[in-house]
Write a protein that binds this ligand. Structure first.
Ligand code: PLP
Length: 372
């Protein structure tokens, strides 16, 4: 069975984790400090603060900005629900705005409309662009808008470590940016995450918030504000450091595979059987998702692909379609379609172009048999 994705853990990485376990220093250790510095250098950011998951990163980022009840935060319709859940957990209101077909990312023109027409009652404080699957949001345009209207920008780069736009990494654009190291992401520590920022004051606050609201002084522990425990372990950091050494090579491999998919699937796209994701040079291809045409039987396609030895699944959720958030002022159309018609295909760096051929042959066979 060709899996949708597969973590890439080397023997050297396993040894590095074992060394930390033998050392007895399981939390608050040198591996965490080194991983933070190495990630900051990789992103070209002032500070990186490790946390226990991508969701923890989003939550603590919003807390550091004092976002809470009475505030509203713009999120894209097509994403993993953690983006909006983190907003809701602070007591603020997620405001859902539609995405673009092809890039699957926030439609900045529609963000502008929602911002211009905003009538409250909440105060619009921030926007959270999601670089979905490693495809970057139009950040220059979004930043211009954010500056004009005084909005804070929190990048949800959970699945986009290593993506870039105009030579700047995902995570180096916003006031804060959040990453996930879940096994479904290209770099994994099991569970894990990080927040990056160029703001030293925010970095200090983030470090405090992930660690019980506590700061260490010469006099000992001082509890400054109530908070929670969102720390990453020292052995997870050791795993992350080993993975970071390979990340660029892995992304290069993923770009090759994505290119092969795009080439080989073009005939199916030309026949209107599916739509392809847009290529961009900085895309990090955490996931390769096509959008099936009508008539749609995605569950049938997924089952038939399984019979061909290919694992496939939906790509991400539509926040407006899952129905647990307040009605969007912007009535999303693209997000719900990507949610219902999206089909994520196997993509991980250990795959070969022969595997891509196999997937494409299987998909062609399945779509033809479905009488499309
Ligand atoms: C994976 C992901 C998250 C959640 O990260 P966890 O580490 O699983 O908590 C949030 N947002 C996006 C866009 C993601 O892809």
């Amino acid at each position: 069975m060709l899996k949708l994705s597969q973590p890439n853990i080397s023997e050297a990485a396993i040894s590095a984790v074992a060394d930390v376990l033998r050392s007895g220093q399981l939390v608050h250790g040198p591996e965490g400090e080194a991983f933070e510095k190495e990630l900051a250098a990789y992103l070209d950011c002032r500070d990186v603060v490790l946390v226990s998951s991508g969701t923890a990163a989003l939550h603590v980022a919003l807390l550091a900005l004092d976002i809470g009840p009475g505030d509203a935060v713009i999120v894209p319709d097509f994403t993993f629900p953690a983006t909006a859940n983190a907003v809701a957990l602070t007591g603020a209101r997620p405001v859902i705005v539609d995405v673009l077909p092809g890039t699957y990312t926030l439609d900045v023109a529609r963000v502008e409309r929602v911002v211009c027409e905003w009538q409250g009652p909440e105060r619009l404080r921030a926007v959270m662009p999601v670089h979905e699957f490693g495809s970057m949001v139009d950040m220059p345009e979004l930043l211009r808008l954010a500056r004009t209207y005084g909005l804070v920008v929190v990048e949800d780069a959970a699945c986009a470590l290593g993506a870039s736009l105009e030579g700047l990494m995902a995570g180096a654009w916003g006031d804060l940016a959040c990453f996930s190291f879940h096994p479904r992401k290209t770099l994994t520590t099991g569970e894990g995450g990080a927040v990056s920022t160029n703001d030293a004051v925010l970095a200090t606050r983030l470090r405090r918030l992930r660690n019980h609201g506590m700061e260490r002084t010469d006099a000992g522990m001082r509890f400054i504000e109530p908070s929670t425990n969102y720390r990453l372990t020292n052995f997870q950091a050791a795993l992350g450091r080993m993975q970071l050494q390979s990340l660029d090579a892995w992304i290069a491999q993923r770009r090759e595979l994505a290119r092969s998919y795009l080439e080989r699937l073009t005939p199916l796209a030309q026949r209107g059987l599916l739509d392809l994701p847009l290529w961009s040079d900085g895309h990090s291809w955490q996931t390769f998702m096509v959008v099936l045409g009508d008539p749609l039987d995605r569950a049938g396609v997924v089952a038939a692909l399984r019979d061909h030895g290919v694992e496939a699944n939906l790509g991400a959720q539509s926040l407006s379609a899952i129905g647990i958030y307040a009605q969007a002022p912007d009535a999303p159309v693209q997000g719900p379609r990507l949610f219902s018609h999206g089909l994520a295909l196997p993509l991980f760096e250990q795959m070969t172009t022969a595997d891509v051929d196999h997937v494409v042959r299987a998909l062609s066979d399945v779509l033809e048999r479905a009488g499309c």
